[in-house]
Design a protein around this ligand. Structure first.
Ligand SMILES: NC(=O)c1ccc[n+]([C@@H]2O[C@H](COP(=O)([O-])OP(=O)(O)OC[C@H]3O[C@@H](n4cnc5c(N)ncnc54)[C@H](OP(=O)(O)O)[C@@H]3O)[C@@H](O)[C@H]2O)c1
Length: 329
């Protein structure tokens, strides 16, 4: 059987091409426990890197990107899943070196698969996607050390996928949410998600010589890295918490130890890709209930596989707002 998928190929001169192809399922997909007919995928920053031939994300081409997939079980050799069941797959190796959600079928190990929780449709699961899953891990970790009475919590890259999901989740939980954004035109969007104060990205991108800055926030969820992350670590209060998940600004972290040894600041790392399989169903249940953003249906745009190349260019330039769902079949 052949199926429709985006296929990225590496040419002999080291450049990459992409097109919609109809590969043969048995030869293109790896062995695995569960064959899933993908209904929706979504676009994440990492997909854009894989799509453009970034070997740090995808070593083997030809390849179908897509770290997110939601669909229906077509075949299962695992007793955990049955034909016709609605399921979600995010992270692990999906879309990295395993053909991903930007194709009509994926075949994956049973441990990667999560049953769709009650309270979410497949479509909503992909509005959330890895970005929302990452936001949920970050919010859960922050909330364990910083409750809603602690003071404002600030989110960077706030109009992006992870950032917008984080703003909406924190607001739903009752936090005073501040946002940092480079998009002057999207303040109304951020306010509609629940941000009460919005700062310009420029303000937080300045290099500050001082090892500590005035303490302004109880916590921070950073999605961009670099100087913004440095300034957030220097600006949280005594016992404050900062989470770090992204590097769109920079991978560098130019700091002294003073925020940690004088203000007892905690810096918490986030890895959605390697989040333990056994804890995933309960996090997805939270995403279907307490963490489910109120304005989920206003937080996304929808595209077809044919429109992925344009959306990839936009996400790499930091121009996308909220989430991008891909209708696959
Ligand atoms: N660790 C993990 O498990 C994990 C999981 C998912 C994603 N990530 C990472 O998290 C980051 C965000 O992912 P995403 O899917 O949310 O991407 P995204 O949708 O492109 O959002 C990133 C946002 O960052 C801001 N931004 C863009 N370029 C910037 C720059 N040069 N300097 C500072 N800010 C900039 C923009 O928001 P504003 O215009 O509002 O400032 C942009 O919308 C990526 O690095 C991604 O790889 C990590």
């Amino acid at each position: 059987m052949n199926y429709k998928a985006i296929v990225v190929r590496e040419l002999p001169d080291g450049t990459f091409t992409h097109s919609i192809e109809f590969p043969e399922l048995e030869s293109f997909l790896p062995a695995g426990d569960v064959l899933i007919r993908v209904q929706y995928s979504s676009l994440n920053y990492k997909d854009a890197l894989s799509f453009n031939g970034n070997k740090g994300v995808t070593k083997k081409y030809p390849h179908t990107p897509g770290i997110d997939a939601a669909g229906i079980v077509e075949e299962s050799s695992s007793l955990l899943f049955t034909k016709g069941q609605e399921v979600i797959v995010t992270g692990f190796d999906l879309g990295m070196n395993t053909p991903g959600g930007m194709g009509e079928f994926i075949r994956v190990p049973a441990e990667w698969v999560v049953p769709l929780p009650e309270g979410l449709s497949l479509h909503e699961a992909m509005i959330i996607g890895t970005a929302g899953f990452t936001a949920a891990i970050s919010v859960k970790k922050l909330a364990a050390q910083c409750d809603i009475s602690s003071g404002p919590v600030v989110v960077s890259g706030a109009t992006g996928g992870v950032g917008s999901m984080t703003v909406a989740m924190l607001a739903k939980l009752g936090y005073e949410v501040h946002a940092i954004s480079g998009k002057e035109t999207e303040h109304d969007f951020l306010k509609s998600l629940g941000a009460s104060v919005i700062y310009s990205r420029d303000e937080f991108q300045q290099i500050q010589a001082k090892p500590l800055l005035p303490s302004r926030f109880a916590g921070a969820i950073d999605t961009v890295g670099g100087e913004i992350l440095v300034n957030l670590i220097k600006s949280v209060k005594q016992e404050g918490v900062v989470t770090t998940c992204g590097s769109v600004s920079s991978i560098a972290l130019n700091l002294t130890v003073f925020p940690f040894i004088l203000r007892a600041v905690s810096l918490l790392g986030i890895s959605a890709q390697n989040y333990p399989a056994e804890q995933r169903p309960s996090l997805w249940k939270l995403l279907a209930t307490d963490f489910k953003p109120e304005n989920l249906l206003k937080m996304y745009s929808e595209i077809q596989l044919e429109q992925v190349p344009i959306a990839v260019e936009q996400i790499l330039k930091g121009q996308l707002k909220g989430r991008t769902v891909i209708t696959v079949s």
